[in-house]
Design a protein around this ligand. Structure first.
Ligand code: IPM
Ligand code: MN
Length: 357
């Protein structure tokens, strides 16, 4: 099968983790007889330096013309420490999400048996935890207008806006996921305070009539933040708005043992994007120390969601398990005897080359 993939490494550790993901995709394609065709685009700070635009039109065209996008990370301290910067790398990521219509960000939280001892939580709490957060990605406070500052500069405002159609389409997707899993859906909101949350709750209540088999529970976000850590195994599918989803999934990543392990799939109206949930980790950039597994596992999600190639995705996950068993892991997981980013990628590709599966 021909796989047209746009690669957007982005900023910070993006390029080095994406290199490993591409190595792994190549190995899977060699093994299974697929033909990857890559195109490369600029995004984020790298794109600002080149063209002044963090999501240039050329990059958008490449994304639209491909079957899938593999995305690294975005963000640069040069902009973080300059609140007055006119353009920001993150604006590029938001523009990409909006222009590609990526309204759903699927973030699976899974545990790896050989890594249970790395979780800051007790083994019995973590073992078998397996849930999916479905984060709304093109609405809410990230995109609501007006946003800005008063003329005297002493007041700033953001606006959280949700339209019913935006809530309906993502919640339908969440119900569909729940139907394929344990049929349990948790909707996370702040309906005791926010009008948008009340519209979410009302919409989910209406939709649930079409999914009588799915057990729905409603949970305030502060309570959810607590329960994710206290009892992660109770969750199956979580659906929530943009900013709550951003925060809760970083929190949930610690269950696994490292933020460097969690992949995501952003899907919607056009080409899907596969991206680690971690950021650009600028202090590690170029040092060959960052964990490439979130990017590699994002490539596994790409095989699954963009190409419907389940065995290929499974092969990547097996290779990742093998790297844990061989203890070839980066310093976020093994501080005593860490492997380099590229060594992890080499081991995975080599394991796939040699596998009999
Ligand atoms: C993420 C990131 C982004 C977000 C940032 C870089 C804008 O944290 O993908 O979770 O907040 O969505
Ligand atoms: Mn985030």
């Amino acid at each position: 099968m021909k796989l047209k993939i746009t690669v957007l490494p982005g900023d910070g550790i993006g390029p080095e983790v994406i290199d490993q993901a591409v190595k792994v995709v190549d190995a899977v394609c060699r093994k299974k007889g697929h033909k990857p065709e890559y195109s490369h685009g600029l995004v984020g700070a790298a794109a600002i330096d080149e063209s002044g635009d963090p999501y240039p039109e050329d990059t958008h065209r490449l994304c639209m013309e491909s079957d899938a996008v593999l995305f690294g990370a975005i963000g640069h301290p040069r902009f973080d420490n300059d609140p007055k910067a006119r353009v920001r790398p993150e604006t590029g990521l938001l523009a990409m999400r909006k222009k590609l219509g990526l309204y759903a960000n699927i973030r699976p939280i899974m545990t790896f048996p050989s890594l249970l001892h790395k979780s800051p939580l007790r083994k019995e709490l973590v073992e078998g935890a397996d849930f999916i957060t479905i984060r709304e990605l093109t609405g809410g406070i990230y995109f609501g207008r007006p946003q800005g500052r008063s003329e005297d500069g002493n007041t700033a405002y953001d606006t959280c806006v949700y339209h019913k159609y935006e809530i309906e389409r993502i919640c339908r997707l969440a119900f569909d996921f729940a139907m394929k899993r344990k049929k349990k859906l948790t909707m996370v909101d702040k309906a005791n305070v926010l009008a948008t949350s009340r519209l979410w709750r009302e919409t989910v209540q209406q939709l649930s009539a079409n999914y009588p088999e799915v057990e729905v529970e409603y949970m305030f976000v502060d309570n959810a933040a607590m329960q994710i850590i206290q009892w992660p195994k109770r969750f199956d599918v979580l659906v929530t708005e943009n900013m709550f989803g951003d925060i809760l999934t970083d929190e949930a990543s610690v269950i696994t043992g490292s933020l460097g392990l969690l992949p995501s799939a952003s899907i919607g109206m056009h080409t899907s994007v596969f991206e680690p949930i971690h950021g650009s980790y600028p202090s590690a950039a170029g040092k060959n120390i960052a964990n490439p597994l979130a990017a590699v596992l994002s490539a596994a999600l790409m095989f699954e969601y963009a190409f419907n190639l389940q065995n290929e995705a499974w092969l990547i996950r097996q290779a990742v398990e093998a790297s844990f068993l061989a203890d070839i892991v980066t310093e976020d997981i093994d501080t005593m005897n860490p492997a380099k980013t590229s060594e992890v990628g080499d081991l995975l590709a080599d394991w796939i080359d040699k596998s009999k599966i």
